[in-house]
Write a protein that binds this ligand. Structure first.
Ligand code: PHE
Ligand code: NA
Length: 505
């Protein structure tokens, strides 16, 4: 008997929990700031309409189609949709991508837990006089803390603190604890508590930040900086790739995670409206909340120019350096710091369970392992492999690049092609609309059949000719260890798919 979501609201919150993650609060504002400010939103909105919404419905429909037939992951589902011997191996990407991503995502998630604890227990550096020191010196103790916490010192082997390693173990155990309780008993229950709290925390922080005003500037300056379009940037292909990449990442598309969650729907459960609702929650958490916290806070406190520098130095600096540095200097700062990191932790936790579930579902569905065994086995292997990004320089970037950026787009292309070309476009469209509280607007039929695949093909092509060669020339020994590990994971998954397929026949 396959598990099912207990209620529609629980399903929508779980799907929103899947989508709303560190990407909304850290990745989105830094990407927007680095890619033309307000002008970033033009390719962003276009990608949303032409790739993301169609793909979201495709993933929900593929997942429900497979789930009804007893399969929650793409090796088996692609085989149902397309009777071709390679279909199941193309589906391996739907296990490879989420598994590789969770191996580093869960570690970053554990930092947010560590920082939440430090914020409330007073373990973060305390206030200094910004006017006297200037921004770089003022930020230095916070930067040093992040360096000693993660032990990330550039090249070779990292030396994480005992605290970081302990928090990593605790985070893994917490994920096990939730996943072992299953879909409705674990993931859905978590989402029903964590998601409302996440939104409340984010709104409190947004209000606090938007009323910040210092001699250096105000939050409004930050919003202005973030939303003023730099029109000359629109013709830069880099911005288009970044916007499409952000849309994928933030909505969890091309990761296999949505498909697996959707496989726990009933045959005639609505997906058109539920999918839109969950995606809207994610977009609200991104464009409204995500944009109104970190960057405006930095602009109010350090001035717009310094905020720009901070944003271009990356998402980690924004979250773990400049925000705690700001909270150190406002009344009840430890509480705000705690809210900020707890918010990030909830965002991370509801996403990490979602990216772990595909491999678990694969073991349950295709090898008939019990839930408990599947969870323990998956998490055991995950825990071991996660040591590579924890300890090896540039492994995290490699894994993020290959699995989380490149394969995601390729996998998305494969999904639409299998559903709307290899399967049957008419039936695919019916699958999407069956049981819908509303129907998908007809215009999406030609979009899904023609525009989305072409758009994805162009993006893939761009990556292959432009970005891939640059990336391949970066080659430290640690990067090669990471690449070797990725190949090992891909090979092991192919082997498992082969074995399960033989067993079935
Ligand atoms: N969407 C999540 C975020 O914004 C990341 C994620 C990707 C989670 C894929 C699950 C699956 O952070
Ligand atoms: Na997101």
């Amino acid at each position: 008997m396959r598990e099912h979501w207990a209620s529609r609201i629980g399903l929508i919150l779980a799907m929103a929990g899947n989508a709303v993650g560190l990407g909304n609060f850290l990745r989105f504002p830094t990407q927007a700031a680095q890619n033309g400010g307000g002008v970033f939103m033009i390719p962003y909105m276009l990608s949303l309409a032409l790739i993301a919404i169609p793909l979201m419905w495709v993933e929900w429909a593929i997942g429900r189609y497979g789930g009804v037939r007893g399969h929650g992951t793409t090796p088996a589902i692609f085989k149902l949709l397309w009777k071709h011997p390679t279909a199941k191996y193309l589906g391996v990407l739907g296990l490879f991508v989420p598994f590789v991503v969770v191996c580093y995502y869960i570690y970053i998630e554990s930092w947010t837990l560590g920082y939440a604890i430090m914020a409330i227990l007073g373990g973060l550096p305390t206030a200094a006089d910004l006017g006297q020191l200037g921004t770089p010196d003022y930020l230095a103790p916070f930067e040093n803390l992040l360096k000693s916490y993660t032990g990330m010192n550039g090249t070779g082997i990292y030396n994480p603190s005992l605290m970081a390693y302990s928090m990593f173990i605790i985070t893994v155990v917490l994920n096990i604890f939730i996943l072992i309780k299953g879909i409705s008993g674990g993931i859905e229950k978590l989402a029903k508590v964590a998601m409302p709290l996440l939104f409340v925390f984010a709104i409190i922080l947004m209000i606090r930040v938007l009323t910040l005003k210092t001699p250096q500037g105000s939050a409004l300056d930050g919003l202005n900086f973030l939303w003023t379009p730099k029109w000359d940037q629109l013709s830069n292909p880099k911005i288009w790739l970044a916007a499409a990449g952000q849309v994928f990442f933030t909505l969890s598309l091309g990761f296999g995670a949505i498909i697996t969650y959707a496989s726990y729907l009933g045959k005639n459960d609505d997906l058109v409206l539920s999918g839109l609702s969950a995606s809207s929650l994610n977009e609200f958490a991104e464009v409204v909340l995500g944009a109104s916290i970190a960057i405006p806070a930095a602009a109010a406190f350090f001035g717009v120019v310094a905020a720009q520098d901070i944003a271009s130095s990356g998402a980690f600096n924004l979250a773990f350096v400049s925000l705690p540095a700001i909270f150190a200097n406002i009344p009840f700062g430890n509480i705000f710091g705690f809210l900020w990191f707890t918010l990030l932790f909830f965002a991370g936790l509801t996403s990490s369970v979602a990216i772990t579930q595909p491999v678990i579902a694969f073991l349950e569905d295709e090898f008939q392992l019990s839930r408990k065994k599947s969870v323990l086995f998956t998490m055991g292997v995950l825990f071991c492999i996660a040591h590579i990004p924890v300890f090896l320089a540039s492994a995290l970037d490699e894994m993020d690049f290959w699995a989380g950026t490149f394969c995601v787009i390729v996998f998305a292309l494969i999904e639409v092609m299998i559903f709307f070309w290899a399967f049957d476009p008419q039936k695919a469209w019916e699958e999407i609309n069956r049981g819908g509280i509303i129907q998908a607007p007809k215009i999406f039929y030609p979009i899904m059949r023609f525009i989305t695949p072409v758009f994805l093909f162009v993006i893939t092509f761009w990556w292959v000719i432009d970005i891939l060669p640059q990336y391949l020339t970066k080659a430290s020994w640690t990067a090669w260890v990471a690449r070797g590990t990725l190949m090992g994971i891909a090979f092991a998954l192919c082997l498992l798919v082969y074995i399960s397929d033989r067993k079935r026949r």
